[in-house]
Design a binder for this molecule. Structure first.
Ligand SMILES: Cc1ncc(COP(=O)(O)O)c(C=O)c1O
Length: 599
């Protein structure tokens, strides 16, 4: 049972309720601002306050609740009330409620009350789970209370409307003590108990919120918002942020980079046999998108230094049937897009920019991926921005294309537009059995709201995500400095590279007869992290080889540079979240380089 004692802080005291403070209480409880956040009204008469106070005193005498007045030590004035209620002695949990005179809002009263109440609840009464509903501003104060080992278990967003119908964000905050306390009433050791389940969640939350985690920012809050069924449309929010950041008129969220490529090409009204030029060195998905639409992928060679498709290599592959080119900013290096756009204008083909491996790289001070007709991005888990699972985005300034893309990726609902899928029809019309919904044959490539929630959290912190990858690349660059058999992917002066990986060409086999795989094994043996080889050239993958055989494919494939450098490329990871670990791995690489140079 809760002890009835007065508790004291630096400037405040919590004292037991007493009718003699009725005037003070009426002064704040009759203030309408006080109730802006809550559903009930300010007290209009002193009698109302009186009966309310009586009710609190009565409740305080019960076992599962206790209320205090908050008193200023200096003047003995009562400036609020504070209650502990819904006390559960099995779970050692309780809820807290408070009312503080608006005159003292923003004066740290809440922080001090929380401090003294927690001291009392935790040390004297052994509570370790406390729930409170509070305005968003107070979270700062609550977060500060770390000495009791409390963590925020969940923030459930809610809102209240004030008298002017303004929306105020509020939160229901559950604080759970991380470290077990020596309470005789703690039943957590008897598994499986509620407390045990909660403890598991808390350690998971702590892990997620660690600064070196993959999702340390707002991702968790956004996901909780989705699971809490609060109705937030994160897809709209993500699309809006993306549009703004990339300065594009239309952004369409989809469920992967691959579906983004497919929907983009589908919007071009391709005819059977139309040709789509793709790089000879990239992932298979660029060619797959064309094949799925009955178009023919044509493979263009790449530059040996940048590893990227160029205007010259595209030009060699142009025919009357060329409908589009997919350019790929491989490893995060923007493509030399201006000459390609010039060519596109001259010969009349579309340019789709595949930025799955690049996010906010720059080309001539412009953000890469926004110069062509359509740009696509991937939020697959390893990409710069992760949707935790899969995800993608399509951007364009072309309204016609945007409408077609959205419809194709959204099952072809007739009411879909370039900007969204809303209908102004009355619900009774939509519910009518004669209501016809579809005017386009599409696919369900829509992004799930929960993926948008994670991706938005990532987008909100994109700068640190990119800069960390660039820092890791700089660490590895330093490690290979002066090594003439590891040649970094060349970054032209007019570009910034966002380093999906740190990619180099290896020629150690020629220098001292050590194969790619032997070098890889030696690096692993020394404690290195491994590294990726480049994807096999798409036309050499069995899937596309089979397609070539089955479809009567008659285009000559000649991509000697792509085939050569694919075998040489080493892609070092840049997604270390702890730069010290990246440095350790780079030191191992340096050590291996030195030992091979001496041998
Ligand atoms: C260059 C490139 N294009 C497209 C994709 C496809 O993206 P997703 O995995 O999201 O379908 C990837 C994914 O690895 C990629 O690297």
């Amino acid at each position: 049972m809760i002890k009835l004692k007065n508790i004291t802080g630096k400037k405040l005291k919590l004292i037991d309720l007493d009718m003699k403070y009725l005037d003070d209480m009426y002064e704040y409880s009759s203030n309408p601002r006080m109730y802006e956040y809550f559903e009930f009204e300010a007290h209009k008469t002193k009698n109302e306050t009186k009966s309310y106070l009586k009710k609190l005193i009565k409740r305080s005498n019960k076992k599962n609740a206790h209320w205090w007045f908050i008193q200023l030590k200096k003047t003995s004035k009562i400036i609020g009330s504070f209650g502990v209620h819904d006390i559960d002695r099995i779970k050692n949990s309780c809820e807290i409620s408070y009312a503080i005179s608006p005159k003292y809002w923003g004066k740290n009263v809440f922080s001090e009350v929380m401090e003294i109440v927690l001291e009392y609840l935790v040390n004297d009464l052994s509570f370790h789970r406390i729930t409170a509903t509070t305005a968003r501003e107070n979270i700062r104060s609550i977060k500060g209370i770390q000495k009791y080992n409390f963590v925020q278990e969940a923030i459930l967003k809610d809102y209240y409307l004030n008298s002017d119908n303004e929306r105020y964000d509020a939160v229901i905050l559950s604080l759970v003590q991380n470290k077990k306390i020596n309470s005789k009433l703690d039943v957590s050791s008897k598994s499986p108990t509620f407390t045990n389940i909660k403890d598991k969640h808390i350690s998971q939350i702590i892990k997620i919120k660690d600064k070196n985690s993959k999702f340390p920012n707002k991702e968790l809050e956004h996901v909780l918002d989705v699971l809490g069924n609060n109705g937030t449309n994160f897809i709209n929010k993500l699309e809006a942020r993306f549009k703004k950041l990339f300065n594009q008129k239309y952004a369409i969220a989809c469920n992967s980079g691959t579906s983004g490529l497919h929907a983009s090409l589908a919007a071009l009204d391709l005819e059977y046999g139309d040709e789509i030029i793709v790089p000879g060195l990239t992932v298979v998905m660029d060619a797959y998108a064309a094949i799925h639409l009955g178009a023919t992928p044509v493979f263009a060679d790449v530059d040996p230094k940048t590893f990227l498709i160029t205007a010259e290599s595209i030009k060699k592959k142009l025919t009357k049937k060329t409908k589009a080119v997919i350019v790929v900013s491989l490893q995060g290096l923007p493509v030399d897009i201006d000459p390609i756009m010039k060519l596109a204008k001259k010969y009349g083909f579309y340019v789709i920019e595949d930025n799955a491996q690049d996010f906010m790289g720059t080309y001539k001070n412009r953000i890469s991926g926004c110069s062509g007709d359509v740009g696509i991005w991937s939020f697959e888990n390893k990409k710069h921005l992760s949707g935790a699972t899969e995800g993608g985005m399509i951007c364009t300034n072309n309204k016609k294309l945007a409408t077609k893309i959205r419809k194709f990726a959204g099952i072809g609902y007739k009411n879909m537009t370039a900007t969204g899928g809303r209908t102004s029809l009355a619900i009774s019309q939509v519910q009518d059995p004669n209501y016809k919904r579809f005017d386009t044959i599409g696919l369900n490539y829509r992004m799930p709201n929960i993926v948008a929630a994670v991706s938005l959290g990532q987008l909100e912190s994109y700068k640190s995500i990119i800069s960390r990858r660039q820092k890791v690349a700089a660490i590895f660059r330093k490690a290979i400095k002066g090594c003439n058999w590891l040649q970094e992917q060349n970054i032209p002066n007019n570009c910034t590279h966002t380093h999906y990986t740190f990619a180099v060409r290896y020629s150690g086999d020629k220098h001292f007869g050590l194969s790619w795989k032997s070098f890889y094994n030696k690096y692993l043996k020394l404690g290195g992290d491994g590294f990726y080889g480049a994807c096999v050239c798409p036309h050499l993958e069995p899937s596309i080889q089979q397609y070539i055989k089955d479809s009567g494919y008659n285009k000559k494939i000649s991509t000697p540079i792509a085939e050569k450098i694919q075998k040489e490329i080493m892609q070092f990871k840049t997604n270390y979240r702890d730069l010290e670990i990246a440095q350790q791995k780079a030191n191992i690489l340096k050590k291996l380089i030195n030992s091979l140079n001496k041998s």
